[in-house]
Design a protein around this ligand. Structure first.
Ligand code: COA
Length: 487
């Protein structure tokens, strides 16, 4: 079989997708919660975006910690030891720090001693770009087993006074393992585009070299995501179908040959436009944005893991993943599925509380939740939103189920509601009973256990907390949580 790659070239070696996994933090932020912070309402958000709720990383979680859990799950699904990975690529726009690369922290956390590790920055297209990078390393023979992660702590970079952006984004991580193979299958066609004329349509104005962090940039809220929503929407609807189509054609296929599309989970209307543009029904589009919102580089790998665990993919199927984002960028990968979907159950062996990110000895971090958001999450919301899916034909696994969690029945449809009770595993919980990953530094204090301060993911690289409130006294505040969903 000939595998077309780019303009008429050939892949010297196939890269099979052999592992997949995801992690979603347990704190849930509903549309009703947001309506208590900004002038918005559930009906508007659902109608214009399809999003009903999103996840928020706990104070003890960072991009690295979430990425490490998803990565370990993907490695478990691949049936590998972490040390079999020789390259770690982590796509993110919310790194823990400007340096080192978040991928380096993940390498240590997963117990890998061999890999070289780096971050890939292409915003919401980051996972597609990182996938293509991994493919190139494998095809060239420079790497054999590559862990590709998309992970984001976006809520650390949201302006919770801006209703145009804060309703859209959420936190989480997804990962795949790509492995060299002499057998046919794996990625068959790629398309990656960059359109700098839209560079300032979605951006974070301050914190970089062009506008280094200062008291005035922090006061001006310039370290938060800003976006021209309408223009971005136009770009997405114009570009996504074209990017997907180009990768499908490079794979030597037609849209009707694709069994499942896993699009970037930005907006249901954008996904509908892709389906329309490709002349396909919506039941070919996998959708989980109603529960997670836009998790940027994590969105596609989280959705892919959920789709596979929900039984939406079988060996031999053609899958197309497609994303767009700041840059403006777009990326698509058309691949032939080769792994046994039942392997997804292996992810259950990875417990987030067993994964640790080492924090610096002298770390003096503070609570990373923006105070306004912390207050909302601490107080039980009055309204439970209806989680019936926005896409009529989507299977039950996406209908409010903890579908990222490969359940015992093999289709990932764990009962989320059974675990949706609210419990008080707050940030001060030191012993692993709280959700998510714990970070420790020796001799840690309550504050020292906080997540890396946003700006790299937190302090604008300045040491000045960007979104952080003052450290608390360690009181455990009740938080709304869903069972650690994941995958
Ligand atoms: N709640 C209630 N009303 C809101 C609102 C909110 N959260 N946000 C905007 N509005 C209001 C606007 O002020 C406007 O009011 P007006 O008519 O009185 O001026 C009205 O709703 C329509 O706003 P508009 O911006 O035209 O809405 P839209 O249909 O374009 O939807 C987005 C806005 C952001 C949902 C949409 O443009 C979008 O999804 N863009 C792409 C964003 C994206 O995907 N970014 C990530 C890229 S990876």
């Amino acid at each position: 079989m000939t595998r077309a790659f780019g303009a008429g070239g050939h892949l010297p070696r196939a890269a099979h997708l052999v592992g997949w996994g995801a992690y979603a933090p347990s704190q849930v932020l509903t549309n009703a919660d947001l309506a208590r912070m900004v002038d918005t309402n559930d009906e508007w958000i659902v109608k214009r975006t399809g999003i009903r709720e999103r996840r928020v990383a706990g104070p003890h979680e960072t991009t690295a910690s979430m990425g490490a859990v998803a990565g370990l799950r993907a490695i478990a699904v691949a049936g590998m030891d972490p040390d079999e990975i020789d390259l770690i690529l982590l796509a993110t726009l919310t790194p823990d720090y400007w340096m080192p690369a978040t991928a380096a922290l993940v390498k240590e956390a997963i117990g890998n001693t061999r890999a070289f590790a780096m971050d890939v920055m292409a915003a919401c297209s980051g996972f597609a770009y990182a996938y293509a990078t991994a493919q190139a390393y494998i095809a060239s023979g420079m790497a054999r087993n590559v862990l590709v992660i998309g992970a984001e702590a976006l809520t650390r970079f949201l302006d919770f006074t801006d209703r145009g952006t804060c309703i859209l984004f959420g936190d989480g991580a997804g990962a795949v393992v790509l492995s060299a193979s002499d057998e046919p299958g794996g990625a068959l066609g790629f398309e990656l585009t960059t359109e700098p004329s839209g560079a300032y349509m979605i951006w974070v104005p301050a914190g970089g070299a062009a506008a280094p962090p200062s008291a005035s940039t922090v006061a001006g809220r310039e370290h938060y995501i800003r976006m021209e929503g309408k223009e971005t929407y136009r770009f997405a609807t114009k570009t996504l179908a074209a990017t997907a189509l180009a990768s499908i054609r490079k794979a030597g296929l037609a849209p009707s040959d694709i069994d499942l599309f896993v699009p970037h989970q930005a907006n249901i209307r954008i996904i509908e436009a892709v389906a329309k543009g490709l002349g396909l029904p919506m039941d070919k589009m996998f959708v989980n944005l109603d529960r997670y919102g836009n998790t940027s580089a994590a969105s596609v790998p989280m959705a892919l893991a959920e789709a596979v665990n929900a039984g939406r993919v079988k060996v031999g199927d053609h899958v197309c993943i497609v994303a767009f984002g700041a840059g403006l960028t777009s990326g698509a990968v058309t691949l032939q599925w080769t792994a046994d979907p039942a392997n997804g159950l292996r992810a259950e062996s990875i417990r987030p509380e067993d994964v640790h990110i080492r924090m610096p000895e002298d770390w003096n971090s503070v609570d990373q939740l923006p105070p306004a958001l912390a207050a909302i999450l601490a107080a039980p919301g009055p309204v439970e939103v209806d989680l019936s899916d926005v896409v009529p034909d989507e299977p039950a696994a996406t209908n409010g189920a903890a579908a990222l969690n490969p359940a015992a029945d093999g289709n990932g449809a764990a009962d989320r509601n059974a675990a949706a009770d609210r419990h008080g595993a707050g940030p001060a919980d030191p012993n692993g009973s709280g959700p998510g990953v714990h970070e420790h530094s020796p001799g840690e204090s309550r504050a020292a256990r906080g997540a890396a301060a946003p700006g790299g993911a937190g302090n604008n690289g300045s040491g000045t907390p960007a979104t952080a409130g003052p450290a608390t006294d360690g009181t455990v505040a009740p938080m709304r949580e869903h069972e650690e969903v994941n995958s």
